[in-house]
Design a protein around this ligand. Structure first.
Ligand code: FAD
Length: 292
């Protein structure tokens, strides 16, 4: 289908984008990569009167280090996240996740901020941002605010973001012992189920046995929005950092979740089974990153 008519404006700065958004009076939409918004417009599920293009605002792109924090600009495309030497070195789970999104065309146009604002229930970044405990930076007419990933994802295509606000960046502390594992939907490569696990490991005193001090496990694809697997996180605390122990802790992963998706890609029962399997894969992937 052909979208309904709209005006197009290219923003030159964050302030310019916010001014243009305010001027559109609630019927304007930001566009970054257009890989989620344009399909919605073609289906007439979204009919903005003005598109404000933020893809070329230099302050919104790039990956930098600010002390012990890594900051990824919201308009950074998935390809740049996937190939970032800084992320590969300091927080490889984020680069891995970006590299598993879609295909090369999607990765060269789609952006981190677009993915978070759109909040597709099968998007990859949300699980990983929950696992690394990221903060979402937001700017609006009233100034800037920071929202923890755990509070940002609220429901189906619903996040803590007003229609006159813009995501500027995502910030997180580096996490080495972390991995993302997903069951791909074969055509789009969206996640049927995706699990991101981040572990904090302590060196034990007895025979230098390592144990899991704490864990954060994010899940996407399974319910209306990305959530933490609290039961698995609790079961991992204090356990030996071994493949057997994490597999045991992941038994029954997601069993307490209601509203598991049941669609043409996978039944509820299949997704339930896959949550456990991909939890174990993500946890074992994380253990493989413990430096010897
Ligand atoms: P756009 O389409 O430009 O915008 C999407 C929404 O976000 C709009 O509402 C827009 O107003 C808003 N927005 C954009 N930027 C901002 C900002 N900075 N602040 C506030 N609001 C903003 N995703 C996955 O996670 N995994 C996959 O495997 C995957 N496969 C895909 C396969 C195909 C064929 C396609 C077309 C898409 C796929 N995607 C996948 C989605 C892809 O990652 C999108 O690029 C992403 O979800 C949206 O990013 P975008 O920059 O294209 O956003």
């Amino acid at each position: 289908m052909i979208p309904s008519t709209f005006e197009y404006a290219r923003a030159t700065s964050i302030d310019d984008a916010l001014t243009k958004l305010a001027a559109a009076g609630g019927t304007g939409k930001l566009i970054a990569g257009g890989h989620s918004l344009v399909p919605m417009m073609k289906l007439r599920l979204n009919e903005p009167t003005t598109l404000i293009d933020i893809a070329r605002i230099s302050d919104l792109s790039g990956i930098r280090e600010d002390g012990n924090i890594i900051e990824v600009g919201a308009a950074t495309v998935h390809h740049d996240v996937a190939t970032s030497a800084l992320l590969r070195d300091k927080c490889p789970i984020v680069a891995d996740t970006a590299g598993m999104i879609g295909d090369p065309q999607v990765r060269n146009r789609g952006t981190l901020g677009g993915s978070l604002a759109h909040a597709d229930p099968a998007a990859d970044y949300p699980a990983t941002l929950l696992a690394v405990d990221a903060q979402i930076q937001i700017q609006g007419p009233g100034g800037t605010r920071e929202v923890p990933a755990a509070d940002f994802f609220q429901g189906l295509f619903t996040v803590d973001l007003a229609n006159n606000e813009l995501i500027t960046a995502v910030r997180f502390a580096p996490v080495q012992v972390a991995a993302y594992a997903k069951l791909y939907q074969r055509a789009s490569r969206f996640a049927i189920v995706g699990v991101a696990a981040a572990l904090e490991i302590s060196e034990g005193s007895i025979l230098r046995k390592r144990t899991i001090k704490c864990a954060r496990v994010g899940l996407t694809g399974a319910v209306s929005h990305a959530v933490r697997l609290d039961g698995v996180e609790k079961a991992l605390e204090g356990q030996p950092a071994t493949g057997e122990a994490v597999a045991k802790a992941a038994q029954g992963a997601g069993a307490d979740l209601d509203g598991i998706n049941d669609d043409i890609h996978a039944s509820e029962a299949y997704r339930r089974a896959m949550i456990q399997i991909f939890s174990v894969r993500a946890l074992r992937g994380a253990l493989a990153r413990i430096s010897t």
